[in-house]
Design a protein around this ligand. Structure first.
Ligand code: ZN
Length: 293
């Protein structure tokens, strides 16, 4: 029998192993049965046997909005939640207009924890990005992070198209924020995936702001993945029910959310949506692993 590695939230015996004891106390409020079902405990056991969990969306540093996490706490929390690897990139740091300092920080983090970290660098398409990009390519970064709202650019604007071109040529995935602060983005995403069919694109927050239209234009593309970070439960259900499981990847958006809360919400929602343990394991790590072999 393979060794089972539980995240601490999945190993809460009070919630999972002793359903009878809980039911015997006859709580006045009926809790959803799904969390007390032995069947799900078996599903957890299967899912977490030898699973590789890769978080596709995390940050380190300190954002101008006050959110932040340092390297020490990041690794500590990762280990506590049994996350094997994490894609890491900078936050929207104040006083670092082209992200050169914060990209350095991610690079150092990667050098110190190469087994845990998949380093992405962040670019500001409106500032001199070419030199920064070249430097990071030579350093061995594995992807690029772009944020159209924070850096104020259109997803398919001229200067950003040059970044996708460079990324496609160098086989570097691009993770682009497609969440809060944006709307009607499907048209731009279509332009990007049509122009660069080999570009590997991760849609941060799964384009939930324009979801139906986006899955029409990008839901079946080989090189597009949808990350689950910070999705509300109904958006997550919608995603799991409308897209093939091979297109979906786990993301937490640490430090805006927690590793284990994000993981628990995704696994439980996937079980509710009738995904089988193999499909859930693919979503937790298998799908994105293929990009970093
Ligand atoms: Zn984020």
């Amino acid at each position: 029998m393979a060794k089972v590695n539980f995240s601490k939230m999945f190993f809460d015996k009070g919630r999972l192993v002793e359903p009878d004891a809980i039911q015997n106390t006859k709580p006045r409020i009926r809790l959803p049965r799904i969390f007390f079902d032995r069947e799900n405990f078996e599903a957890y056991e299967t899912i977490f046997s030898n699973v590789m969990i890769i978080d596709a969306h995390t940050h380190i540093g300190r954002d101008r909005d006050g959110h932040g996490v340092d390297e020490h706490n990041f690794i500590r929390q990762m280990k506590m939640s049994h996350i094997n690897k994490a894609v890491v990139f900078p936050l929207n740091e104040p006083n670092d207009i082209n992200f050169s300092k914060s990209n350095d920080r991610v690079h150092n983090f990667y050098k110190n924890f190469p087994k845990y970290i998949i380093p992405f660098f962040r670019l500001n398409p409106g500032k001199k990005w070419k030199k920064e990009c070249q430097k990071r390519l030579l350093q061995g970064f594995m992807g690029i992070k772009l944020h159209p709202r924070s850096q104020d650019f259109g997803i398919a604007s001229r200067q950003v198209m040059k970044i996708y071109e460079k990324a496609e040529k160098n086989r570097l995935p691009v993770l682009i924020h497609t969440g809060f602060g944006l709307d009607n983005i499907a048209h731009d995403i279509k332009k990007v995936v049509d122009t660069f069919p080999k570009l590997r694109l991760i849609l941060g927050h799964s384009a939930f702001v324009d979801f139906e239209a986006t899955i029409k234009v990008a839901g079946k593309r080989d090189n597009v993945l949808f990350d689950t970070s910070t999705l509300r439960v109904f958006s997550l259900m919608n995603l799991l029910n409308s897209l093939d499981h091979t297109k979906i990847v786990f993301g937490s958006d640490v430090p805006y959310y927690d590793f284990d809360l994000a993981l628990e919400m995704l696994v439980d929602t996937a079980i509710i949506c009738n995904k089988n343990p193999n499909q859930i394991r693919a979503i937790l790590g298998g799908n994105i692993m293929k990009w970093f072999k």
